[in-house]
Design a protein around this ligand. Sequence first.
Ligand code: MRU
Length: 343
Amino acid sequence: MPGTLAVTTDGRRGNMVGVRTIDWKTDHIVIVDQTRLPDEVVFTRLRSVPDLVTAIRTLAVRGAPALGVAGALGVALAALSTADPVAAAAAIRSARPTAVNLAWGVDRVLARLDDGVDAVVAEAVATLEDDIRLNRALAVRGADWLAQRVTGPVNAHTHCNAGALACVEWGTALGVLRALHDRGALGHVYADETRPLLQGSRITAWELRRMGVEHTVVVDSAGPSVIANGLVHAVVVGADRIAANGDVVNKIGTYPLALAAARAGIPFVVAAPESTVDLATPSGVDIPIEVRSAEEVTAFRGVRVVPPETRALNYAFDVTPADLVTAIVTEDRVWEPGVTRVR
Ligand code: MRU
């Protein structure tokens, strides 16, 4: 990645509060390069729109809320560094197709273009503080919702990474679990490794360790068995886009967890800011699902793991139908679109 700022090895316990996944410094963006976790914490400067687009495509910055902020800050970068910010904004918006937050962040700041560069930068920077505030609010709401339904410490299952590293400083699904942990009301967390890029075992486990949360990583195909075996009280995940009917798109492998939760009669809870809700999209089938390169599946850390002629299909996300979703918790409300009966 261009512009490596600093490298620290991760020997610390603690939380991500005060360490921003993405930030604005005078005239450029700084991100924690998530491709380098958990081995090292690398802060990288992004000084141009092509740098940002590359960072988004390679998942150096990832997670729906962080992508929203990246889109917003990207328009500020475009206004400062390009002759045609509208064209640059279009390139940022299309860097990844599924998380609606990316387009939301771009459009929020693009609306201020006629007000001048200072107004554009101020609007972009405001998305940083908003993200932290809104995610803290939804975390409290989600923790309250779970605490009312579970007696004793909550054991939870999660998928992918919906923590501080998917946002600015405070997570969505992991934000809910963190709020429970802060109250002494969190038990054990099971995290799917989240193939093929291991956001669960590389990033979620890293965050849980820093928070001091007892946790266990399982392979993705073990997730439904963790639920069926009664090891957790609830599944808590984030979302990349929520359609108007309550269908939820999240990292591939989420849907089997919702099926297993419904079968086991435990809540399937989605924690996401309102910016993830896309009322213009009627249902999940209308949401574009990113298909990433086959090489992410056919090779593991540079070593080919399938026969040379074998192809791979690499859906990055799946659709969980609304009827399997017990609760969608946002900063404003708890939306219960499902018909699933929770025991
Ligand atoms: O491909 P990624 O790592 O960007 O996918 C991220 C997810 O699926 C997250 O669960 C989702 O964005 C919610 S993050 C709060």
